[in-house]
Design a protein around this ligand. Sequence first.
Ligand code: UD1
Ligand code: UDP
Length: 382
Amino acid sequence: MKTFKIMSVFGTRPEAIKMAPLVKELASREHFESLCCLTGQHRQMLDSVMDIFRLKADYDLNIMQKQQTLSSITTRALLGMESVLDEAKPDLILVHGDTSTTFAGALAAFYHKIPVGHVEAGLRTYDRYSPFPEEMNRTLVGDIAELHFSPTCANAENLRREAVRGEIFITGNTVIDAMKTTVRPDYRFTTQALNELDFEGKKIIALTCHRRENYGQPMHDIFRAVRQIVLTHPEVEVVYPVHLSPAVRDCAREELGGVERVHLIDPVDVEEMHNLMARCNFVMTDSGGLQEEAPAMGKPVLVLRRETERPEAVAAGTVKLAGVEYENIVRLANALLEQPEEYEKMAHAVNPYGDGSACRRIADAIEWHFGLRNEKPADFKP
Ligand code: UD1
Ligand code: UDP
């Protein structure tokens, strides 16, 4: 007998990747009806994830516009959610992380007096403009939510310091659950450019870069640094699946278009991406998700940002904060390429972000919240 309706609201690629295993876990529980409401903040990049995980949307607000502004995403999602919530009347809304969809989804639920569970709760830089607007989104959602699912102990500590209302659970990150199904040693790429890479004979760097606070000069400097690294190392090839944001694509084309051994390709599906990372030499990125995934695969990561809300892998030694300045990025990449002992120091698998059971813990916590289980789930411990 399905007693409780749990609606997961998401709209961008990373939210979908990290919510997919949870949507399925909830659907497998006897007392839950698991509904999916997409805002469609992303279109192609979201649909690709839905296809890979074979998920079907119950609602799709389809809000994406070319070069959308933060206000347009938030207002279109908020308005779209109105009729969905009136019709579906869920018992709990789940949102993920820190996007504009996350904030609008939580606010819409609050306006309907529906409780909110926040997955990937408590990550902080304490710099409201970096990452922008994500730091503010997740802080505001922390105030709205009643159930906080923190990946790590440090994330939970942040929330306790802020004295948020409701229950905090330490669950691990659901992305590690997702990787259980995507990373395979015998995986064959479907993207021709990836099939042609020589992972044995060359040093392949997997690059991604898309953050709003890097738009403009920082992104130009990052890409100039990448060009310098490639030009001075004939053994290096860079694979960059370029985000569909026009601001990113224009900059990437300008700085890296036509550069020998730099492969600018369209975004790849998540199986392609995870298996590319599993086989590459190291990762350069400003993405949040890649900072969690690559360490689990034993791949060094240079983070192309001034700060990170994911300090655990920095502490473990597999991630370095490279910043956005040309010289520092070149220096750190050179060290990885030219000093084997530097590379070895960073290239070990660590799992501070999860053990693959985050979704089970979250579903157990929700059962506990609804009085379906006596015990709270035990915390994730690395
Ligand atoms: C958004 C999130 C960011 C997250 C990132 C993941 C906000 C404010 N930002 O940033 O936190 O890290 O997603 O990738 O919520 N586009 C397409 N097709 C797609 C996706 C995007 O054409 O499938 C283009 C559109 O022109 C769109 C633009 O990219 O207007 C930017 O998308 P948007 O969601 O506004 O910002 P992201 O940089 O993707
Ligand atoms: N990813 C993907 N295809 C790509 C690039 C990234 O599937 O071409 C995956 C990546 O493995 C990670 C997620 O998308 O799981 C990260 O998304 P993104 O960098 O867009 O957002 P962020 O994590 O920074 O919020």
